[in-house]
Design a protein around this ligand. Structure first.
Ligand code: ARG
Ligand code: ZN
Length: 882
């Protein structure tokens, strides 16, 4: 059942054309497929093995001749033709499926009465028998037939070539996709939908019709998605020279969707929460997510669709690259520094723990039981960091050359991560040393740096050592190729000009065109290595790993005063934020130790002073300030502890927040006052930054036991004219139990009960609460009329939200673990993909104290012993216990 990368074999048969005919019905749906098949090697007599799950086979024909039982083998997962004809032949298969009963939300299923599909990774096998693997690329046509009143809109990939009415109140449409594609990019949508229409003219003059489809009442909420799509199309032309290649681009929003969205050729299907937005109902974070994901799916048209993956182990080839592209797009549309900070925080809070736990896997995994379990932060976010390192090493133009060569070589192909590496390397004649290890070694490298200044020789030395921790299946690691971007600050806080550096006994110039540079990229490739900067005339403060140039944990010998200096002066804004975070992490860890020894907690006044000067610096970007005054998350701190102590980390973080709030109360108050606005909501950087700063300040004030502050938050709640401000005020209030808390939550529900996306925010806010004993409230919410275990968004809000609470999920009495254990088993019967995402919350159980370990382990064991467990949950639970 476990599948290995090393076992990859080319298919024995390829498919040339695929004609699909769907007859959509309430009781059953008939799928007729007609495939032209040809052997990879002429004259081969290998069996043809087709994948198929939950399908009822009706008939099968080879070259027009019906096969009888015995001519083929059928098991629970396959249809096998033991001896197909030699040479090219046609294969016709009719199957019956029941989309209305498909709660797994993969394959063809119904969402709010409409039909839709999700085929990646291996969902196409739930639609018809097929070689369900991405290296089978074929040209598709798709004829859809359905009731005209119930399903007025019929969509599939490519161009609409025919449509008409049929008897019995039915109608049909025929779609043709001129591009070869793997079956995971197939899509079909049928239902009562309306569209927002627009056009985009590509730079070579192609007029593209753009349509975003939703139920009629939601069409007004698609303006931002349309804006985002047009911006993405333009950006890809400007930055990568990539144009759209068809005359039509459809986006459909569906309320029931396992993931965020899917890049099906010319028919992207989205989770509604990543399409629908209005100022009243969506927050700035939602607007930003929509921009990023609309961009992400659009960018897949080239990085994923035109050039796809040979096999699923190569997933990061398309996902890491496309995440990198959407990150860059969002950076260019907003603030680069702030976007970088957000992306690095995500990596630290989610990917680092994965890389240090039982599910650790390389960016290109070596094996899997269920591919769906590998749509991970490692493949996506660490994969994007790997792509970013090429750009750091090659520069913008070199990276572009590599991309151009990649498309020139591989358009229309299904390729591997080595092919991408080779394009980058060959286009630039670059020496990438052992860079490929980033694809095969799991674990976050730990890099230690020590610095020393030689006042006589005018040299400054940086000594690096690196260690890649062992991970499951990989006890011993090789040193990696780590690009470390560095600058040196002089005593006035300015970057020193860098002229040359000694490395391995040879003197290298770092100047470009004889011009000294202010920042350079050191190529760290060995276990231990020294770089010596020459002509350094005073002791510098090094700014290390600028822009976070590699996905590593950096441990430097910088003192607190060096860090405060960098926080105040570094020209690399990312590192200004980072210095503050390093200080905060150190501070939090030392207070956690105090807390554990029952020592009184006191806050270092220098830290308060440092944050105050950031908060009150009018020259800084407001969103940057908001990020810089936000403490590292509980998860990040627990991740750095020998034994994670959720109570201590929570107590300390809360203590620091309150302490900052009371010591900087007047600053926070004036921040709130000065950043209100009665103007109409605008989604642009200036306004988002203003709201972010105001709401961060409000959250601090809301942590105080001070009725005036509760009144302030209540006032903000009542006067808010958009969801960002309203929800921020609600969150500020909900930090403390009490009547105001209960009343405002009830008011919010009453106001928004008819908008399921807003109701999900309401679920999430309550679920994440750190008010002790909250598990009971969450249990009650399971029975709330607005909750539904079959809808993934609701599960992610309520159950996922709960697992984010250090206090309640990790409650000492095991009540949080028990709750999750029960839910996972219920969910698994409905939707294994969602159940598996939820069970992952247990995977770090070994990080906690013995009593928590016992309690969590019990739950995992109960799950493992359940009958009919899905492969999805089995893989996560068994690997967690291993
Ligand atoms: N390719 C999609 C995206 O990242 C995600 C599909 C996820 N599917 C899954 N079964 N996990 O844009
Ligand atoms: Zn993607």
């Amino acid at each position: 059942k476990e599948i290995f990368l090393k076992d990859y074999k080319s298919p024995d048969y390829y498919f040339d054309t695929v004609d699909l005919r769907f007859s959509l019905g309430e009781e059953k749906t008939i799928v007729a497929s007609k495939i032209t098949v040809f052997p990879r090697v002429e004259g081969s007599s290998a069996p043809l093995v087709l994948d198929g799950v939950d399908l009822k086979l009706i008939s099968i024909k080879v070259d027009g001749k019906e096969l009888k039982e015995g001519d083929y083998h059928l098991d629970l997962r396959h249809l096998i033709l033991p001896s197909p004809p030699q040479g090219k032949f046609t294969l016709e298969i009719d199957t019956e499926i029941q989309p209305q009963n498909n709660t797994s939300l993969e394959g063809l299923y119904k969402s709010s009465g409409n039909f839709c599909t999700q085929c990646e990774a291996e969902g196409f096998r739930k639609i018809t028998f097929y070689q369900d693997r991405p290296d089978i690329m074929a040209k598709y046509t798709c004829r859809i037939e359905a009731d005209k009143l119930l399903y007025p809109v019929l969509l599939s990939n490519g161009n609409l070539i025919e449509q008409g009415t049929l008897e019995g109140g039915k109608h049909y449409a025929v779609w043709e996709d001129p591009f070869k594609k793997p079956c995971y990019l197939f899509a079909l949508v049928a239902g009562q939908l309306e569209s927002r229409d627009d056009t985009f003219v590509t730079r070579s003059g192609r007029k593209v019709a753009l349509r975003i489809w939703t139920p009629a009442q939601d069409v007004p909420k698609t303006a931002h998605a349309m804006y985002s799509l047009k911006a993405a199309m333009k950006w890809d032309e400007d930055v990568f020279g990539l144009e759209y290649d068809l005359d039509l681009f459809n986006v459909v929003a569906v309320p029931d969707f396992n993931m965020g969205a899917m890049e099906n050729k010319s028919l992207n299907i989205f989770n509604s929460k990543l399409v629908l937005a209005s100022p009243e109902t969506a927050s700035d974070a939602d607007y930003a997510a929509i921009l990023g994901v609309i961009g992400h799916e659009y960018f897949h048209n080239w990085t994923g669709n035109r050039v796809t993956c040979r096999d699923w182990f190569q997933l990061s080839l398309k996902e890491g690259l496309t995440v990198f592209r959407d990150q860059e797009f969002s950076s260019d549309m907003g603030s680069r520094t702030v976007k970088r900070i957000a992306d690095v925080s995500k990596l630290r809070n989610y990917q680092f723990p994965q890389d240090a736990g039982p599910m650790a896997h390389p960016v290109r995994p070596h094996s899997y039981i269920k591919m769906d379990n590998f749509y991970t932060v490692t493949v996506y976010e660490k994969g994007a960091e790997v792509v970013r390192m090429y750009k750091t090493l090659l520069g913008t133009q070199g990276f572009r050359k590599g991309m151009d060569l990649y498309f020139k070589r591989h358009d229309g192909q299904a390729v591997t991560c080595e092919d991408f590496f080779a394009a980058m390397k060959d286009a630039n004649g670059a020496d990438f040393a052992n860079f490929l290890l980033w694809y095969s070694q799991a674990g976050t490298p730990v890099v230690k740096v020590t610095s020393s200044y030689n006042a006589e020789a005018h040299t400054f030395s940086l000594k690096f050592s690196q260690e890649v921790p062992p991970t499951p299946g990989q006890p011993v690691k090789e040193p990696m190729f780590i690009p470390v971007a560095v600058g040196l600050l002089d005593s006035s806080g300015k970057d020193m000009p860098l002229s040359s550096v000694y490395h391995d006994g040879t003197l290298q110039s770092v100047a470009s065109n004889n011009q000294p540079v202010l920042s350079t990229v050191l190529r760290v490739t060995k276990k231990e290595e020294e770089f010596v900067f020459c002509d350094i005339f005073e002791r510098p403060i090094p700014s290390l790993l600028r822009g976070y140039s590699a996905p590593i944990r950096l441990e430097s010998d910088l003192s607190d005063s060096d860090l405060f200096f960098l926080l105040a002066h570094d020209s690399d804004e990312f590192n200004r934020w980072e210095s503050g975070q390093v200080l905060a992490r150190k501070l939090m860890l030392s207070l956690v130790a105090d807390f554990q020894q029952s020592k009184p907690l006191t806050l270092n006044p220098k830290f308060v002073q440092g944050l105050k000067s950031i908060l009150c610096d009018p020259s800084l970007d407001k969103e940057f300030i908001a990020k810089a005054i936000t403490l590292p998350g509980e998860g990040e701190i627990m991740d750095m502890m020998e034994v994670a102590d959720p109570d201590a980390v929570y107590a300390v973080r809360t203590f620091i927040r309150k302490e900052l709030a009371s010591q900087l109360k007047s600053e926070f108050l004036s921040t709130v006052e000065n950043n209100r606005s009665s103007e109409e909501y605008v989604f642009d950087h200036t306004n988002m930054a203003r709201r972010a700063l105001k709401n961060t300040a409000l959250a601090y004030l809301g942590s105080l036991e001070d009725s005036e502050m509760t009144e302030l938050a209540l006032h903000e709640y009542k006067t808010a004219t958009n969801m960002t401000d309203q929800f921020a005020a609600l969150s500020a209030i909900s930090q403390k139990p009490g009547k105001t808390h209960d009343d405002v939550l009830a008011d919010f529900y009453t106001k928004w009960q008819h908008n399921y996306l807003v109701v999900n925010k309401w679920f999430a806010l309550q679920a994440m609460s750190n008010i002790p004993g909250n598990v009971e409230n969450v249990r009650k919410l399971l029975n709330h009329p607005a909750f539904d275990l079959r809808n993934p968004n609701k599960v992610y809000s309520l159950i996922g939200g709960f697992c984010g609470s250090p206090v309640n999920f990790h409650a000492k009495d095991g009540s949080g673990y028990k709750f999750l254990g029960e839910i996972v088993l219920q969910l698994d019967k409905l939707n294994p993909q969602v159940a598996s995402r939820m069970v992952s919350a247990f995977s770090r159980w070994r990080r906690f104290d013995e009593s928590r370990q016992t309690l969590a382990k019990q739950q995992l064991e109960t799950i493992m012993s359940a009958n009919g467990l899905s492969e999805n949950v089995f893989e996560i639970a068994s690997k967690s216990l291993a």
